[in-house]
Ligand binder design. Sequence first.
Ligand SMILES: [Zn+2]
Length: 220
Amino acid sequence: MRIVLLGAPGAGKGTQCKRVVARYGLLHLSSGDILRQERDAGSELGRKAEIYMDSGLLVPDEIIVKMMAGAISKAPASGFVLDGFPRTVNQAAELDKSLASVGRRIDAVLNLKVDDRVITERMGGRRSCPRCGAVYHVENLKPKVEGICDNDGTELVQRPDDSPDVVANRLKAYHAQTEPVVGYYRDNNTVYDVDANKDVDEVSALIFGKLDAHFVVRDA
Ligand SMILES: [Zn+2]
């Protein structure tokens, strides 16, 4: 089973990815992790990517696609879940070409749909402990004492990534760039829309409801 997981920042992709790979025995392929691994290993692709990253530029599609194709070629027969990739229509088309060259294709696309308002609340309400890294939420996951870390009594802060301006910009970039990817897959693959406004367990249940059918053992 070869799955692509799409969704805006704050849609809960990371958590759902972990649950999906655990349930079906798949490999989790996060483009962010793979990029870091290649860079740390000093591979040719990693060194090329580093030049762009150090200049604050987006790593070109060609490099990303080659990296991901390399990681995919090492995936087990059971399959994989792609997380954070493809990010553009061009990357999606290149991925399809690369899979087709070995007689494969993407089997299913999960599209986690969340209202911008919900994402803004989720991310904007996050507070983190600068000492131990614990993450809280002003509404959904309150510390025992407001603004203070349960573990070590440190004053909680809002990380720059969770500030309203940064969240708004990331959502804008997502809508402009990645939503067309959903459209691309609608034309070519099975896309499952998942209402990710709900809480994490409900979202997992919705996803399993769609995917379980693909994993039914067929008796002879
Ligand atoms: Zn703490």
